[in-house]
Design a protein around this ligand. Structure first.
Ligand SMILES: C[S@@+](CC[C@H](N)C(=O)[O-])C[C@H]1O[C@@H](n2cnc3c(N)ncnc32)[C@H](O)[C@@H]1O
Length: 255
């Protein structure tokens, strides 16, 4: 069973404040800036499909892959409810499938940090490479090492309420500095206030933080030309205050 199995039904409530629409606006602007107009777009680690659906509303033809069957089920039902036909499939984005001829590939909200070593990360990059047209653009974000080391990890509690549901999430993290990895131990208390029922869900998410020099070296070995690495939602360099960084790369021909 993948991580996100117990987490998936609660994912959208947990992130209801996340502004997917403005993220897509930003990413789309970056893609256009690098010469990619609306066309075919593949979302690796698409989760519950919110970015992909927003891309579809803006004239793109998206497709999505996610490891979690539960997240894919939610993505498919959300697209159906929106009257959109988007091919979402369950699968490991580190293993190339049959997706080809895409104008752009994105992988958003830390999917690259779920890849815990350079080999897995390069698996993700090779899938993006195989899916793209020559010259196509790959844009993805990840935990930025400089910010993780400066800010450190701490226990966080988040409470979300949408009656009759109340969700309390405790995130307790252990930092393995030698392996540039953070183990985030999530405990969710999922409460139905009307029925007085509480369910407890536990999951550990293993997150690898990356530095742009590692990312760019892996991109080069997967036949991408790195375009740049930036602080998330900006065009400034990553810095210790910005937990997430993103990189852009262009597909070059295999040597
Ligand atoms: C934090 S969620 C982000 C989901 C979505 N991109 C979003 O922005 O809401 C990370 C997602 O990455 C997926 N994931 C992690 N590793 C993956 C892999 N190797 N292949 C496909 N999906 C993966 C997880 O199942 C999860 O849905």
């Amino acid at each position: 069973m993948s991580v996100f199995a117990g987490y998936a039904p609660w994912y959208d409530l947990l992130y209801e404040d996340k502004n997917y629409s403005s993220e897509v606006e930003f990413v789309e602007e970056r893609l256009r800036h690098h010469g990619t107009a609306p066309g075919k777009l593949l979302d690796l680690g698409c989760g519950t499909g919110v970015h992909a659906i927003e891309f579809a509303r803006r004239g793109w033809s998206p497709a999505g892959i996610d490891l979690s069957q539960e997240m894919i089920a939610q993505a498919s039902s959300r697209a159906e409810q929106a009257g959109l036909s988007i091919p979402f499939r369950q699968g490991d984005a580190c293993q190339s499938g049959t997706e080809r001829d895409f104008d752009a590939v994105v992988s958003l909200f830390h999917v690259a940090s779920y890849q815990n070593n350079p080999k897995s990360l390069e698996g993700l990059f090779r899938t993006a490479h195989a899916a793209l047209k020559p010259g196509g653009i790959f844009l993805f974000d990840y935990w930025y090492g400089g910010a993780v080391l400066t800010q450190g990890v701490e226990t966080r509690v988040k409470v979300k309420e949408r009656r009759p549901l109340r969700l309390t999430r405790i995130a307790q993290s252990n930092h393995d500095e030698l392996n540039a990895t953070v183990f985030v131990n999530y405990t969710l208390f999922c409460e139905d206030m009307d029925q007085g029922l509480i369910r407890r869900v536990e999951e550990t998410h293993r997150m690898r933080y990356w530095f742009p020099f590692e990312i760019e070296s892996s991109l080069r070995s997967c036949c991408f030309e790195p375009v740049g690495s930036y602080a998330w939602l900006s065009d400034a360099p990553p810095n210790s205050k910005t937990w997430a960084a993103y990189s852009i790369a262009r597909k070059i021909a295999e040597r």
